[in-house]
Design a protein around this ligand. Structure first.
Ligand SMILES: NC(=O)C1=CN([C@@H]2O[C@H](COP(=O)(O)OP(=O)(O)OC[C@H]3O[C@@H](n4cnc5c(N)ncnc54)[C@H](OP(=O)(O)O)[C@@H]3O)[C@@H](O)[C@H]2O)C=CC1
Ligand SMILES: O=C1Nc2ccccc2C1=O
Length: 320
């Protein structure tokens, strides 16, 4: 094992600047499949452990409870303000199309507004309808970010999820296109590095949010990963999460086990507060030995572990 490490200046408090000037915390806690009853407690605990970014979706059926968890945490922690927390939701395929999208945003508003006032980010969850409906939804979302005072719901940023290059090109080439997506949320891990799409997104200043960074558990007993864990002395969870941070992703991990929330977040080092500037500086570093990184590097791998193993970024109108 060589002593060389590859590192990135990043801490628990780090945020990336989006292409619209807003900031997004690099570490996100996702609530896919968390039951509505448990979500409030899980989100509260995630915030208590230091997460400042919660990822939900209409499809998950727990947006309201996630928002309630945030509200309760803020009530109990007066040193943290709403602006310090980033809340994302995603619209379903049924909300594609201009009118459908507006209708679903009204429903989201009913669920979350009384608890958290506004939503930081709304994503189109997947491209899996057709061009007209995708663009109709984007037209509606653009209006919300451009007219935040229209009374329905303040949405600070909009983005996409599971979009491939063709879906992004379709958006950029549309004559109604006004607002750039700030992120594309994608399945990303060593078995699915999506190099071409990532390069395209870098060129267009769209950040990558990595979902299923722990492979939804599917690869946690992969012999190569277990061998790396043994030879490096670094846990496989830490290896996978650090790999993700080192790619420059916003990392969305999920666990329903309370003790694992802190374990996952603590992979990042603590930031240091610069009292003079009244801001948290990213002096800490995330690092992994070069040979661990090299062993994980699978540029040609394309294993889709979610979405029924069918890559949604490759969806063509008319496919199932
Ligand atoms: N836009 C999209 O289409 C998608 C978005 N997402 C978002 O990304 C988030 C994260 O992705 P997700 O697919 O949930 O998968 P993850 O890669 O985060 O994996 C979650 C699985 O890993 C296990 N796990 C988590 N932490 C640990 C740990 N420390 N030790 C051992 N096992 C652990 C969990 O089990 P346990 O709960 O028992 O700890 C769970 O089974 C989602 O919650 C959602 O917000 C996810 C998929 C698709
Ligand atoms: O979070 C999610 N996990 C998923 C797995 C399969 C299909 C969609 C999703 C999500 O949106």
């Amino acid at each position: 094992m060589s002593n060389l490490t590859t590192s990135i200046q990043l801490t628990k408090q780090s945020k990336y600047k989006l292409n619209n000037g807003q900031y997004i915390p690099v570490a996100g806690y996702g609530v896919y499949l968390c039951s509505a009853e448990k979500t409030r407690q899980l989100v509260y605990q995630a915030l208590k452990d230091g997460y400042r970014h919660i990822d939900s979706a209409v499809y998950y059926g727990n947006e309201k409870e996630a928002a309630q968890g945030i509200q309760e945490f803020l009530k109990d922690h007066k040193d943290v303000q709403r602006k310090d927390i980033f809340f994302t939701t995603k619209i379903t395929n049924e909300a594609h199309g201009y009118d459908n999208c507006k209708k679903q945003i009204e429903e989201i508003a009913k669920d979350v507004k009384e608890h958290i006032d506004y939503v930081d980010l709304v994503l189109i969850h997947s491209p899996k309808t057709d061009k007209e409906r995708r663009l109709g939804a984007w037209k509606a979302l653009q209006e919300y970010v451009q007219n935040p005072n229209n009374g329905t719901l303040i949405i600070k940023s909009i983005g996409v999820s599971n979009y491939g290059i063709a879906h992004l090109e379709e958006l950029f080439n549309w004559d109604g296109y006004l607002v750039k997506p700030v992120v594309n949320q994608l399945e990303l891990h060593p078995w699915l590095p999506r190099l071409k799409l990532r390069e395209y997104m870098v060129k267009h200043d769209i950040l990558a949010e990595a979902y299923s960074p722990l492979t939804q558990g599917y690869k946690l007993n992969d012999p190569e990963l277990l061998a790396l864990e043994k030879s490096s002395g670094i846990s496989k969870i830490e290896i996978l999460l650090k790999w993700s941070y080192l790619q420059g992703y916003i990392v969305l991990a999920k666990t329903e086990k309370l003790e694992r929330i802190a374990q996952n977040f603590n992979v990042l080092p603590d930031g240091q507060r610069d009292e003079e500037l009244d801001e948290t500086k990213s002096f800490g570093k995330v690092d992994l030995p070069l040979d661990v990184l090299e062993a994980l590097d699978k540029p040609d791998s394309h294993e889709v572990l979610t979405w029924g193993n069918v890559d949604p970024t490759e969806y063509k109108d008319g496919d199932n």
